[in-house]
Design a protein around this ligand. Structure first.
Ligand code: SME
Length: 159
């Protein structure tokens, strides 16, 4: 699917369009890494205000850097460490208003001021996490949590 992206400014229009494109790009015939690569690219295209958007994947022992858009990042995160590791361990979404106040936050990009991490759990197995970083404190709201949890659900649906 080729697309010319004309991204609406208003979130009320942008969010449903993003989910529509995501549905269009996700393809269960493709490898997981291929789907995640396009998902990271779509997130960064629709939400250019984020400085980092991508995935850490679980091998059952730790998280390893997966497809992403943004600056090069740390490659390995232990469960329970940083925002990603804690969200992975708890298998719960973590919304961090101020990364400087988060104990153990791992600074990959010094620009990151707030963060949203959504775990990807399929049939009780942790696949990885979606990690979104903003250069603005208090950027992520409940609507972002809902939106990106929905996006992760669309991804889970093709596995
Ligand atoms: N900030 C993350 C580490 C990954 S980078 O943001 C890409 C954390 O503390 O889990």
């Amino acid at each position: 699917m080729n697309a010319q992206f004309d991204i609406p400014f208003s979130r009320r229009e942008r969010d449903p369009l993003f989910l529509e494109y995501l549905k269009g790009y996700l393809d269960k015939e493709l490898p997981l890494i291929t789907n995640l690569a396009n998902m990271a690219a779509l997130i960064k295209t629709f939400y250019p205000e984020l400085n980092w958007a991508g995935f850490y994947l679980s091998d059952g022992k730790k998280l390893t850097l997966g497809p992403f858009q943004g600056l090069p990042a740390c490659t390995s995160i232990a469960f329970g460490t940083g925002v990603c590791g804690q969200a992975a361990k708890a298998r719960q979404t973590l919304l961090v208003d101020d990364t400087a106040q988060f104990p153990g936050h791992i600074t990959c990009d010094p620009l990151s001021q707030s963060e949203l991490v959504v775990p990807i759990v399929v049939k009780n197995r942790l696949v990885g996490v979606l990690d979104l970083d903003s250069p603005v404190k208090n950027h992520f709201q409940k609507r972002d949590q809902d939106l990106f949890e929905q996006a992760v659900t669309l991804f889970i649906d093709i596995l």
